[in-house]
Design a protein around this ligand. Sequence first.
Ligand SMILES: [Zn+2]
Length: 675
Amino acid sequence: MLKLAVLASLGTVALAQTSAPGTAPNASMMRFDVKAMDRAAEPCNDFYQFACGNWLKSNPIPADQARWGRFNELDERNKEILREILEAAAKPDPGRDAVTRQIGDYYAACMDEKGIEARGLSGLTPELDRIQKLTDKKQLAEEVAHLHRSGVPTFFDFSSGQDFKDSTLVVAQLDQGGIGMPDRDYYLKDDPKSIELRQKYVAHVRRMLELAGRSPEQAKTMADTVMRIETELAKGSLDNVSRRDPEKIYHPMKRPDVTMLAPSFAWEQYFADTKAPPFQAVVVSYPDFFKTVDRLVKEISLDDWKVYLTWHLLHSEAPMLPSAFLKENFDFYGRTLTGAAEMRPRWKRCVDYTDNELGEALGRKYVEKAFGGNSKERMLKMVAALEKALGEDIDKLPWMTPATKKEAQVKLKAITNKIGYPEKWRDYSSVVIKRDDAIGNAFRADEFEFQRVLNKIGKPVDPLEWGMTPPTVNAYYDPQMNNINFPAGILQPPFFDSTMDDAVNFGGIGMVIGHELTHGFDDEGRQFDAKGNLQDWWTPVDAKEFQQRAACVDDQYASFTVAPGAHINGKLTLGENTADNGGARVALMALLNTIGKDMKKVDGFTPEQRFFLAFGQVWCSNEREEALRLQVATDPHSPPKFRVNGVVQNMPEFQKAFSCKVGQPMVKQNVCRVW
Ligand SMILES: [Zn+2]
């Protein structure tokens, strides 16, 4: 969903195979805590170590995790709450309300390992047979539409979203897709690590096909075929840095133009079979990709396409298949790609799947149980304080001319916010959920979601819709809605803590608010106006100033090495790094505006010092090398250590608060400052 929309989130917990065995950490352990610090470290040499050193030492990565940080701790606690809700809901009590019954039965079916084992591949047989029965390449369109409706991502992506240049319209969107590894670069780079990963991927595809009943020889040939097709799709895809440029992924076309672009694929058949409502306009992200699609449909035999589609079906449904498939799936996507040593316990995976598929039904119960009533009020006050600080920051910017400042203020004033959970809950009552059909439940829930997204085409935009579920430990800015969004899941310690003073809360959730607001003005967000349209509101001279300043941030982060041979991609992470730097600055301004001259020390630290410590501690995190490599290749967020040190290096306020001296590592010679 929303692949073409440029949602800018706070982080990517999902990358971490979140959750550990054992009991959830209790809330008191998760608060801001001076005991988490390494007081022997010198804050001006390595602030991250100073703020987090003790925590890092005493919180090794659990076996089933790719990384372990404070985000994960909180996510873990949310999962425990969701587990309680789901286990109670799963009891087949005839008195259950409809929502409880639906999430409970979904979870029960997912947890029914015995039943899943006994049914083997039978739940997939009709789907596998459909693919085998194709007799003509013309039928590919029909089959791909059917797979897309069933939630199997393959070949390309079809969805809906707001038009970049008229944010009041919801249009049909066609995007690149169809690969099984995390990014197109995994197919194209020729360093030893990438070559090794490709070999492991082909071996994984082969083993999955063997598990599905193919002979080792057949499976080997088939895996090579999958690799050949996916490599061609990858070559035809746009790289992830270019995809951050909205102009590069915006190619509006009339519906017949799509057929002209790729005539060998039966588009009209495809659109009809997706059951999309009538539409005339389609936004194609990257037309060259669909030229590749056209060429491949011509060049590749029907038998090879059957192999490719079979693999994607198996891959997509692996989580609901018997344990042999699960283990094989984990071996590549967990162990090889993220470094996790063990699969997460089943209940955690089933909690995640319920959240993915029936998110607002589960979220509704989560909010009833876990979201405190006064959190929203306090959040609104903090949002107001942050918005005021950003307004002052814009006014004082030395490099921006009054004309652009005026426009920036218009945009800032137009930003709306959503806090906690949706005003109107999504209705899943049409989704049939059966206690003995995990895979069928997944297909039906995916079909509901696919249809729901397509049904928006041609309808007015719904500003109340959420892009994240309530228990999610994350937040986002949506440039087309021009709004900031904070799910209930993040409004807890260590981010938001009613027992803590302002210094800690502004360093935590205050920084998060500042981060999301700044996304409206990062290299991507700045291209959208107050109404969410891709429209330039900058004078050329200010745009040039912005780009120079952004280039400083790009260079700074590109100089950080995370593992041998692996660096942060300064261009991929530019928006997030800009948001981190701007967010911390305006959060500190908002704190000082709020507390005035009250500089009372707590635990020997001034409010400014506690602000930076709280900011640092939000990011305390241990990572496996594999996870770091995956992160810098695919994730627009920098790894935690650099999110902290990269920011404080640029802040004279930090250097003053900790009496740092010129020449120390946390004092950057040429400070980068955009906002
Ligand atoms: Zn962000």
